[in-house]
Ligand binder design. Sequence first.
Ligand code: 13P
Length: 250
Amino acid sequence: MSRRPLIAGNWKMNCLKAEGVALAEGIAAKLRAQAPAADLLVCPPATVVDSVARAVAGSRLAVGGQDCHADKSGAHTGDIAAPMLKDLGASYVIVGHSERRADHGESDAVVRAKATAAHAAGLIAIICIGETEVERDGGRTLEVVGGQFEGSLPNGATPDNTVIAYEPVWAIGTGRTPTTPEVAEVHGAIRALAAKRLGTAGSARLRILYGGSMKPSNAKELLALEDVDGGLIGGASLKVDDFWAIAQSC
Ligand code: 13P
């Protein structure tokens, strides 16, 4: 399989500068000693991207943002543009995380515009999609996830500038995960939809991450699935040893 896994840490709204730098330096030090069979990425809060990027410059640890605005500049108080993240040394940005969709009312169209902005700035967009518990219980998972994929993927998306993260909302921060057949079903469905947009060869190269309560104890089983090409990790990405153990599971 030609897809190199991506293990990405989403630090969410955690870490002051010193904590963030120590965490990133801890991971970079592990990477210097040993190269896992995966690309590693940390996405700190925007306030710490600069310090973290400086601390890990020259290492194999990539740095990303957690969100960006759809415009490249302008009158958007408090927002952060994709070129600003790029300017600080970021190479990725997460867009459409369910917490942003819920907390900030982001629609698929908004997420698609943000991904387009990320691409224009030369960033790789990690586009998040996933169903709520009510949607899963109602048997609507594939419909919801498929709709979000179709609506959030910009026309310019390629396997080189885009990563998909499947994150069931009910699995985030809860310690619960779907069963491996459930994860395999959704990832397979996303890859089938991707073939229509990116072609069969493009779809075969697209990285589709799983996110939601991934931890050292379940990572190996999830990452072993054919269409799971890495993880987007929240809580467990805040500890060097847990994040590293997940990376080692690839
Ligand atoms: P947890 O790993 O804490 O469940 O968070 C997952 C997530 O939302 C990553 O984006």
